[in-house]
Design a protein. Structure first.
Length: 240
């Protein structure tokens, strides 16, 4: 009788241990690439319907605007202050609406800066949301005021350029350069493509390649930034 009971206990223990190991493995894979996990804290609420998948959260359908509205309201209620927020809502071209939004937030006691972004993946027909933690970076203001127009050239020869005159678009580009792009000490730049932006009193070389970090170089120094979809739409206006 004792031997049967012992075998039963061993079986139950083994079953529970195996279940725990499997659960831990699945959990580790689920949040593998994340630096911020809203479910594990109290100061970052998770929008209803979002499901974690390694490095981002997803949900079916195009819901980035609702998510944008939700966090614009909820994060300040949890003590967060917005440092920067930009979205496709500021873009008059409806073709770019999928690009979503990007934002940076700070909070007393939080070591670093919270970045939150969302966009619509048309091929997968799903909304993708990313929470991330970054060290606080400095961003020097390069442009004191918006230029009347911006010309974007394929190269330094300043030929075959595209001119941007839309005031909203210019404002968005300047906002990206001044606030979203941060000061960099990088000296070696390895990017496949380069373009030149002429903003009147300031010329900027833009180094980029697919989804890699974008580098901006002027006589004032160097900046780098994530390849913001709206900004890249202007840079790619004449192709690669």
């Amino acid at each position: 009788m004792f031997k049967k009971r012992f075998v039963l206990y061993v079986f139950i223990f083994t079953f529970l241990l195996t279940g725990f190991i499997i659960y831990q493995k699945v959990t580790d894979d689920t949040y593998k690439g994340m630096t911020i996990i809203p479910e594990q804290g109290k100061d970052i609420p998770l929008y209803a319907g979002l499901t974690p998948t390694k490095d981002q959260y997803i949900m079916d359908g195009n819901s980035w605007e609702a998510i944008y509205d939700y966090y614009e309201q909820e994060l300040p209620r949890h003590g967060w202050s917005v440092e920067y927020i930009g979205s496709a809502l500021e873009d008059n071209d409806s073709a770019n609406d999928w690009s979503g939004f990007y934002s940076r937030w700070r909070k007393a006691g939080f070591d670093g800066e919270l970045t939150l972004s969302a966009s619509y993946n048309k091929s997968e027909m799903q909304t993708e949301v990313m929470f991330d933690k970054h060290q606080i970076l400095n961003s020097t203001v390069w442009l004191k005021q918006n230029p009347e127009s911006i010309r974007i050239y394929r190269n330094e020869s300043q030929q075959d350029g595209v001119e941007v005159k839309d005031t909203a678009a210019i404002s968005e580009i300047v906002q990206f350069i001044n606030n979203e792009a941060y000061d960099s000490k990088e000296t070696t730049i390895s990017r496949k493509h380069t373009k030149l932006m002429d903003l009147g009193n300031l010329k900027i070389k833009v180094y980029y390649e697919k989804e890699k970090t974008v580098f901006l170089q002027t006589e004032n120094g160097m900046k780098e930034a994530k390849p913001d979809p709206s900004f890249m739409a202007f840079i790619l206006a004449k192709g690669n």
